[in-house]
Design a protein around this ligand. Structure first.
Ligand code: BES
Ligand code: ZN
Ligand code: ZN
Length: 464
């Protein structure tokens, strides 16, 4: 899809449809006076009240060059934010492309250009790579009609939208295609495209370093593991010694291992690399947005399988940090691969760590599919992450991580057990990671509930 910004008056816009956002309890802007009878009728009939999610379409609007005029609900103005706009644009894109619209224009006014383009790019995405025929249609062009001062935000939105779709393509790949090796290859190709340094640690190298925790998980698979490392370095020498480390869980398929999962729903476990894919997408955006500090991403990629060489419950492994771990449940594998990556990130000089992982079913029980579970050992870093999430409309909820939870991970035979019992499962998983973050400020995002949509939304396709 071609995405452009034009500065034009509404009546000059040429497109298959031009969309205008209307709020609840507000009158339409003067530019729509040619359609005032239609708008009055929409309101009085109750067909369109301005609520979020609403969309109404008029053909051959008077006084406009566009073939159709659509109005989209913006909700109440005091509740309007980036997330509402992103969804409104996504909803319009998905509804109108199915009606045959190829070129869609969005009349922005003074709203957030970043969120608008992002919504269009995300909404246009279809998970149809493997369909030989598909009913899903696509936009060819999205035109944002906005003042020229919106250009920087517009470019940023394009970068963020494309990066998210890059992530979604990775997550949608089935596990027979998306092996740790392929994830590394895709990361390498992306790094070359946007100008990031790329490195991969293979199995012998990880053995030499002593990443016994990660290797214990991958030993049951015929697919070799990979620790993918991407580095962004700012052009100008940074003013601080800050160095951000992004760590993402890259389990390309999670059968549970010998502590095997039930068959029902197991096919979804291809999305157990969504944290890793999210960090790769973040690095793609970072390479283009060029922040002032260095950022290193580490993606431990493995397949968690059953087999004659698979790790057993009760096995004891030695992590890169030197701490020993009793593997009481082979299905709690995410934390086992993440801790070696967290330790290695600190060795690479990262001063701040953020990890994203589809870590626990328990976070889905706690927060459903709406909020990301956020855990930390550092309130200052937490505040910055939560503020960034809020600005983007990325719903996130701070979860506790008091020292009182430490006892849950006691093992009779090793330094730590890899599971913490029935209650507070997302917290004991996070506490396990915390034991390896040490004094380094760290934020953990449990995205098991938010990385996958079981059903499509009006503004977003089913899937990642
Ligand atoms: N990948 C799963 C977590 C998960 C569950 C992700 C549902 C997405 C949706 C993780 O590796 C796992 O299996 N966790 C176990 C931990 C348990 C054995 C302590 C869980 O949550 O059941
Ligand atoms: Zn698991
Ligand atoms: Zn898992």
């Amino acid at each position: 899809m071609e995405t452009t910004l034009v500065t034009q008056s509404l009546d000059r816009v040429e497109a298959d449809a031009v969309v205008v956002l209307l709020f609840e309890e507000e009158t339409a802007p003067a530019e729509l006076k040619g359609s005032s009878a239609w708008l009055d009728e929409l309101r009085s009939s109750g067909e369109f009240t301005g609520k979020t999610g609403e969309l109404a379409v008029q053909h051959q609007p008077q006084g406009l060059k566009a073939k159709r005029l659509a109005v989209a609900g913006g909700g109440k103005r005091d509740k309007f934010d980036a997330a509402v706009l992103r969804r409104a644009v996504g909803t319009a894109v998905r509804a109108l492309k199915q009606k045959g619209v190829k070129k869609l224009a969005w009349w922005l006014g003074d709203a957030n250009a970043e969120a608008a383009v992002e919504g269009a790019i995300l909404g246009n995405f279809e998970p149809d790579r493997y369909k030989t025929s598909s009913d899903a249609k696509s936009l060819e062009a999205f035109v944002l009609v906005a003042p020229d001062s919106a250009r920087a935000a517009f470019e940023r939105g394009k970068i963020l939208g494309d990066a998210q779709n890059f992530t979604r393509e990775l997550v949608n790949e089935p596990a027979n295609v998306m092996t740790p090796t392929l994830l590394a290859e895709r990361a390498k190709a992306m790094a070359a495209e946007v100008g990031l340094e790329y490195e991969v640690l293979d199995e012998p190298r990880m053995r030499q370093l002593g990443m016994g925790s990660l290797l214990g998980v991958s030993q049951g698979s015929a697919e070799p593991p990979a620790l993918i490392i991407l580095r962004y370095k700012p052009l100008q020498a940074p003013k601080t010694s800050d160095h951000l480390g992004l760590v993402g869980k890259g389990v390309t398929f999670d059968t549970g291992g010998v502590s095997i999962k039930p068959a029902e729903g197991m096919e979804k476990m291809k999305y157990d690399m969504a944290g890793g894919a999210a960090m790769l997408g973040a690095m793609r955006a970072i390479a283009q947005l060029k922040p002032a500090i260095p950022v290193t991403a580490l993606i431990p990629a493995v397949e968690n399988m059953v087999g004659g060489k698979a790790q057993r419950p009760g096995d004891i492994v030695t992590s890169l940090s030197g701490k020993t771990i009793e593997v009481l449940n082979t299905d709690a594998e995410g934390r086992l691969i993440l801790v070696d990556a967290l330790t290695y990130a600190q060795r690479l000089g990262c001063t701040h760590l953020v990890d994203a992982a589809t870590l626990t079913g328990a976070i889905v029980v706690a927060l459903g599919n709406v909020n990301i579970g956020v855990f930390t050992n550092n309130d200052a870093l937490l505040a910055r992450v939560l503020a960034a999430a809020k600005a983007e409309g990325e719903k996130s909820w701070h979860m506790p991580l008091d020292d009182d939870y430490k006892d849950l991970l006691k093992s009779a035979f090793a330094d730590l057990a890899n599971i913490g019992g029935r209650w507070g499962g997302a917290i004991s998983a996070a506490y396990f990671l915390k034991e390896f973050a040490g004094d380094t400020p760290w934020v953990h995002l449990d995205i098991a509930g938010t990385a996958w949509l079981d059903e499509s939304k009006p503004f977003l396709a089913k899937g990642p």
